[in-house]
Design a protein around this ligand. Structure first.
Ligand code: 13P
Length: 254
């Protein structure tokens, strides 16, 4: 059975005081949910990473991750952050392949494969993001696109390594647009992703892989999306920046 997870991707938002306030509000509100075995992951920007890890130490249900990592171990790559640096601050997850990185920073599938390897080498859990553009959906090639991303970017992993990863399905047309995939669209794609994983690896790997939905998920629609059989939680952008809405989304996990 796949682990249910809610993750918050803060993107390039929140200064120091705002970030600290948000974390303390979230940890405070989650105290009311102490009995629940939740898994929450916060993805602050790099500069807040160490501090957010410290602020979350009191609640083992809250994990912290980076929004990106470099594909090299170390070296002359000015401005870049390595997986081992992230790990050394106590963060244990990393987003790889977010559509904003693919689009604005021209990250290729080949580069993403290397980043996944680097993250795993440093014992970070990759949250690997895949998703089709609106054009691809309108041309009815969305399933091909998702299959291609999986097969060329992450299926080089052994079953044992793949089991350490989390998949996030984020249709690009739903990110930050207020458009959410309908329950039918989300379930159909998540079931497709799980079927592809089953075909490549095994039933066991497919059933244990958490597949998160991302794209305009908020506290109004989360409960419905999270109730879908192949949706194991969400990767939340805008609605993760407000403690009340983010905690309501967490509470929507079945
Ligand atoms: P929004 O929730 O703002 O649409 O962003 C989703 C996302 O990109 C999470 O990684």
């Amino acid at each position: 059975m796949a682990r249910k997870i809610v993750a918050g991707n803060w993107k390039m938002n929140l200064n120091r005081d705002e970030a600290f306030a948000l974390v303390s509000e979230i940890t405070g509100m989650l105290k009311d949910e102490e009995s629940r075995n939740l898994k929450v992951i916060l993805f602050p920007s790099f500069v807040h990473l160490g501090a957010v890890v410290q602020l979350c130490l009191g609640d083992a249900r809250i994990h912290v991750g980076a929004q990106n990592c470099n594909d090299h171990v170390a070296g002359a790559y000015t401005g870049e952050i390595s997986a081992s640096m992230i790990q050394s601050y106590g963060a244990n997850h990393v987003l790889i392949g977010h559509s904003e990185r693919r689009l604005y920073f021209k990250e290729s599938g080949d580069l993403l494969s290397h980043k996944i390897n680097m993250a795993l080498q440093q014992s970070l859990t990759p949250v690997f993001c895949i998703g089709e553009s609106l054009e691809e959906r309108n041309s009815s090639i969305h399933f091909n696109r998702i299959e291609q991303q999986l097969s060329t970017e992450i299926f080089h992993l052994s079953g044992d390594d793949f089991k350490k990863c989390i998949i996030a399905y984020e249709p690009v047309w739903a990110i930050g647009t207020g458009l959410t995939a309908s329950p039918e669209q989300a379930q159909e794609m998540h079931a497709f992703i799980r079927a592809i994983i089953r075909k490549k690896y095994s039933i066991e790997v497919a059933e244990e892989t958490s597949i998160l939905y991302g794209g305009s998920c908020n506290d109004q629609n989360a409960a419905q999306i999270f109730s879908l059989p192949d949706v194991d939680g969400g990767l939340i952008g805008g609605a993760s920046l407000k403690s009340r809405s983010f905690v309501n989304i967490i509470k929507s996990l079945p």
